[in-house]
Write a protein that binds this ligand. Structure first.
Ligand code: NDP
Ligand code: OXD
Length: 309
């Protein structure tokens, strides 16, 4: 039996080596060189071509190279009864927390304001505030939200979080469910989205939510592009309701060259790079799940398809 690797963004050579070092008898086939599809029993994928997994008659498990599985679940041909596991990996988590801290520090020290001033050759000081004066709200307190919350706390920032179920993270006020969303948004300096994309969270970054943020708050969207209603963001930036936004994920990726976000003076665009897993680290989870699959034990980080994450 063999594992099929398919990803436009991940390095097949590094991944094959990391997997084989741990499981020397594992045969790794790299898309598009599938060979006999009937010999493939598991797949390790990021953005596989729609329909690919449905062509594997003996598939027993799908391992996502990404933490978010929305694109896999959107494929109507995704085999319905094959277990789907998402990526949870220390290198991915650490890189996300680092990225969150980077942008919170940037906003905390008003770099977005200084960049705008530089374009006007304007020399104007804003008195720095202590980190505790910057309150960061994390939408999503899962693997990535929790690690980000802890790192932000360690730097002295005020941190609050919102999730479906209530959390106990030291120093972090936890809000849960739609009823507590308005209270969570009150008083935030920076709102960071680390939610999975599901029917409940699609379009959550909209005008009604922005209206509940303090005037001049900043937004960092690292979840998925479809969390954001793009026209509502432009209106909020134009009116000053939001001062600036950093967007790493987009409804269409790559972001088309003609998209106005590329040139918007109050938007920073990054190309879906907030977090990335290193094969040497992330292969541990994949190999552990292959061992579990072979011995009939429960798989780790199974996606609840009905819930969407
Ligand atoms: P987790 O599944 O560990 O955490 C998801 C969090 O979102 C949980 O706290 C969950 O609440 C909360 N949540 C889900 N639905 C709702 C809802 N309807 N209302 C309130 N809270 C909700 O995921 P990760 O932290 O590992 O990843 C989060 C997302 O980050 C991914 O799905 C992906 O979209 C994005 N991502 C982006 C990357 C990038 O490079 N830009 C890289 C990696 C991930 P509860 O805990 O109560 O279930
Ligand atoms: C993602 C990832 O889900 O890169 O975006 O892990």
């Amino acid at each position: 039996m063999a594992l099929l690797f398919a990803s436009p963004d991940d390095d097949p050579v590094a991944w094959s080596a990391a997997l084989r070092r741990r499981l020397p008898d594992l045969e790794v086939r790299v898309f598009p060189d599938i060979g006999d599809p009937a010999q493939i029993d598991c797949a390790l994928v990021w953005l596989p071509p729609p329909g690919l997994l449905a062509r594997l008659p003996n598939l027993r498990a799908i391992f996502s190279l990404g933490a978010g599985v929305d694109r896999l679940l959107e494929d109507p041909t995704l085999p319905p009864d094959v277990p789907l596991c998402r990526m949870v990996d220390p290198s991915l988590t650490a890189s996300m927390a680092e990225f969150v801290l980077l942008h919170v520090l940037r906003y905390h020290r008003d770099l977005d304001v200084y960049e705008a001033q530089q374009r006007r050759a304007e020399w104007r000081l804003l008195l720095p505030k202590p980190p505790s004066a910057t309150v960061v709200g994390l939408l999503g307190l899962g693997e990535l939200g929790t690690a980000s919350a802890r790192l932000l706390r360690a730097h002295g920032f005020g941190v609050v979080g919102w999730s479906r179920t209530r959390k106990a993270i030291e120093g972090v006020r936890s809000f849960a469910g739609p009823a507590e969303l308005p209270a969570f948004l009150e008083g935030l300096s920076v709102l960071v989205c680390l939610l999975p994309l599901t029917p409940e969270t699609r379009g959550i970054l909209n005008a009604a939510l922005f209206a509940r943020l303090p005037e001049g708050a900043r937004l960092v969207n690292l979840g998925r592009g479809a969390h954001l209603v793009e026209e509502h963001l432009e209106a909020a930036l134009d009116s000053g309701r939001l001062a600036h936004a950093t967007l790493d994920v987009f409804a269409r990726e790559p972001l088309p060259k003609e998209h106005p976000f590329w040139r918007h003076p109050k938007i920073t665009v990054t190309p879906h790079v907030a977090a990335y897993c290193q094969p040497e680290s992330a292969a541990e989870l994949v190999v552990e799940n292959i061992r579990r699959l072979r011995s009939g034990r429960p798989l780790l980080h199974l996606v609840d398809r009905a819930r969407g994450y």
